[in-house]
Design a protein around this ligand. Structure first.
Ligand SMILES: Cc1ncc(COP(=O)(O)O)c(C=O)c1O
Length: 374
């Protein structure tokens, strides 16, 4: 039986740093300090510095990070938030969970991120001024068109928040994503470019008032132990995950670099094929959380690769506005969501992670070329 090459392989990332990770896990276990201790503090400081923000607060996962970011920026029940339908459901569920209404804006078909012209039309149609925030998603590792989106949000008086769950280390005009809006949110789900060995998330910001509010919100509204200043919640990054993330963070740029090498190899190998390949617009640094190709023959290509022992993924197979759980709970932005629906029918994510060997990359290239009989 042929070895199945996984579309993502968090175990390979663990094995690549096994000794250091095992060592830090042992140290935390023996320390007796498991919640909000020195490892969380250290990781928050180093991650804020890495991203280029004044501060960072660790939370339990990337969905909570989005919820807290929205709430800290003043979004609440009855408000609306513009975002995209072509994203992880978490982006939209976080808006819904705080009682706000997601307004879904179509994507640009080349970058798969929010189309500024559609955001413009959506904001112009928002006569009652319900849209209080624009939640931009840097999907697949590529920054969205931040200049245009930020300008539109500012003109409408809406907060810009960045969902960076798939874009650790991605850049826009030389600065890391997460620093362009009022806050940036991250997930450390195990398959992310910076992944924990469990759940984890964080919010970065350079606004002290926002950081202070998130700090209160993420632990029962406490400034001082047992005394709630505001109504809060419990969502903490734990010491074990923070220690593991501190071992992995120094390797993030090298891992992103290796992803870019694999992506460049795919780009040259697939250049003359009937496949739409990812782009890296001028001024943006892609970190290839996913390597996404598109073709009308997507399902056949997927079967062909599976027969060759190569696992692929479809992120995401159904836009959120068509999912039963959200159909009735979202509003559709101006101009509809045709590109989001087309992407869901045509995209395919090929394996792209730092631990892929040259031989495995060759295998993937050969199998894709074989499908098109090149
Ligand atoms: C774009 C995006 N936003 C938010 C999330 C939520 O992160 P988590 O799974 O850590 O809650 C994810 C991860 O799945 C994501 O990809």
């Amino acid at each position: 039986m042929k070895t199945i090459l996984l579309p993502a392989d968090p175990k390979a990332a663990y094995l690549a740093q096994k000794d250091a990770i095992d060592g830090c896990v042992r140290e935390v276990m023996q320390s007796g300090w498991y919640i909000l201790g020195p490892h969380v503090k250290r990781f928050e400081e180093t991650f804020a510095t890495y991203v280029g923000a004044a501060g960072c607060i660790g939370v339990a996962n990337g969905t909570d990070a989005v919820q807290f970011a929205l709430r800290a920026c003043g979004v609440g029940p009855g408000d609306a938030v513009a975002t995209v339908s072509h994203t992880a459901v978490a982006t939209v569920s976080a808006i819904d969970w705080i009682g706000a209404r997601p307004v879904l804006v179509d994507i640009d078909p080349i970058t798969y991120t929010m189309d500024p012209s559609r955001l413009d039309a959506t904001l112009r149609a928002d006569m009652a001024h319900k849209i209080k925030a624009v939640l931009v998603v840097h999907l697949y590792g590529l920054a969205a068109d931040l200049d245009a989106l930020r300008e539109l949000a500012a003109r409408h008086g809406a907060a810009l928040i960045e969902d960076c769950a798939q874009a650790h280390g991605a850049t826009y005009r030389g600065a890391r994503v997460g620093t362009f809006g009022l806050c940036g949110t991250f997930s450390f789900y195990p398959t992310k470019n910076l992944g924990a060995l469990g759940d984890g998330g964080a919010i970065v910001s350079s606004d002290p008032a926002i950081l202070d509010r998130i700090k209160l919100l993420h632990q029962y509204g406490w400034r001082e132990r047992y005394i709630s200043k505001i109504a809060g919640y419990n969502s903490r990054l734990d010491e074990l995950q923070a220690a593991i993330l501190s071992v992995k963070l120094p390797q993030l740029d090298a891992g992103n670099g290796r992803r870019r090498v694999v992506a460049a190899r795919y780009a040259s190998a697939f250049a003359n094929m009937p496949l739409v390949l990812p782009v890296e617009p001028e001024g943006r640094g892609h970190v290839y959380h996913q390597y996404v190709v598109r073709t009308a023959q997507r399902d056949a290509l997927r079967h062909h690769l599976s027969d060759a022992g190569i696992g692929t993924a479809i992120l995401y197979p159904q836009p959120i506005h068509l999912q039963d759980g959200y159909r009735e709970r979202v509003a559709i932005g101006a101009g509809g969501l045709a590109e989001s629906e087309r992407a869901a029918r045509e995209i395919l994510c090929l394996p792209v992670y730092p631990e892929l060997s040259e031989a495995q990359v060759d295998e993937i290239v050969t199998a894709v070329r074989g499908f098109f009989a090149v």
